[in-house]
Ligand binder design. Structure first.
Ligand code: PRP
Ligand code: URA
Length: 209
């Protein structure tokens, strides 16, 4: 059984449908990725711990709550994960941002690393890895391993469309990592593309095809 949280909120489902449409313009595509990321981020942060504080309002002292516990960091997988950063930062403007550069070898579909820079205090943070597409799961699994190798123990993976194979791979390689996505698709084609998916997320975000 797959372990994954699927966001079935109507706004998210509607926006994912627009994202899949091949006629959606680059401008709309970028906006949609950002908007869905923000809506998902709202739920992904639902369990952040709170602590009680006292705040002086203009008329009295209020016992009220603020976020406590581990600070958050977000790590987009380049390139396509970059499209999700703004949406998350609009909720979490103080979050630190790391970057992991990976591309899939088109023949083997294995991830090839070309960049990794994480916040110096990453090991003290809860890290949310961002990538719109979870296909074979090879890229996300490698990215999560890099992050673990830097001493991070608390990691979540947030993607927009996940293939069943990718979910199974992350569940197997990293059973401690919770996966959040907006849609689960059945299969991959012979080139490792998610079917029906939305095509190549990086190319659609950056206009490279
Ligand atoms: C895409 C996507 C993921 C990866 C998913 O990146 O953004 O990182 O493929 O595939 P996987 O689950 O089979 O590893 P891509 O390699 O196309 O690089 P890009 O973002 O630079 O275009
Ligand atoms: N990467 C993408 O951008 N799209 C897919 O369908 C699979 C991997």
């Amino acid at each position: 059984m797959e372990k994954v949280f699927i966001f079935d909120h109507p706004l998210i489902q509607h926006k994912v449908s627009l994202l899949r449409d091949k006629n959606t313009s680059i401008k709309e595509f970028r906006e949609l990725v950002s908007e869905i990321s923000m809506l998902m981020g709202y739920e992904v942060t639902r369990n952040m711990p709170l602590k009680e504080v006292e705040i002086e309002t203009p008329v009295a002292v209020a016992k009220t709550k603020v976020i406590s516990g581990k600070k958050l960091g977000i790590v987009p997988i380049l390139r396509a994960g970059l499209g999700m950063v703004d949406g998350m930062l609009s909720l979490l403007p103080m979050a630190k941002v790391g970057h992991i550069g990976l591309y899939r070898d088109p023949e083997t579909l294995d991830p090839v690393e070309y960049y990794c820079k994480l916040p110096v205090d990453a090991s003290e943070r809860e890290i949310v890895v961002l990538d719109p597409m979870l296909a074979t799961g090879g890229s996300a699994s490698a990215a999560i391993q890099f992050i673990k190798d830097k001493g991070v123990s608390s990691i979540k993976l947030m993607c927009l469309i996940a293939a069943k194979a990718g979910i199974a791979r992350i569940n197997k390689d990293h059973p401690d990592v919770e996966i959040y996505c907006a849609a689960v698709d059945e299969k991959l084609n012979e080139h490792g593309y998610i079917i029906p998916g939305l095509g190549d997320a990086g190319d659609r975000l950056f206009g490279t095809k």
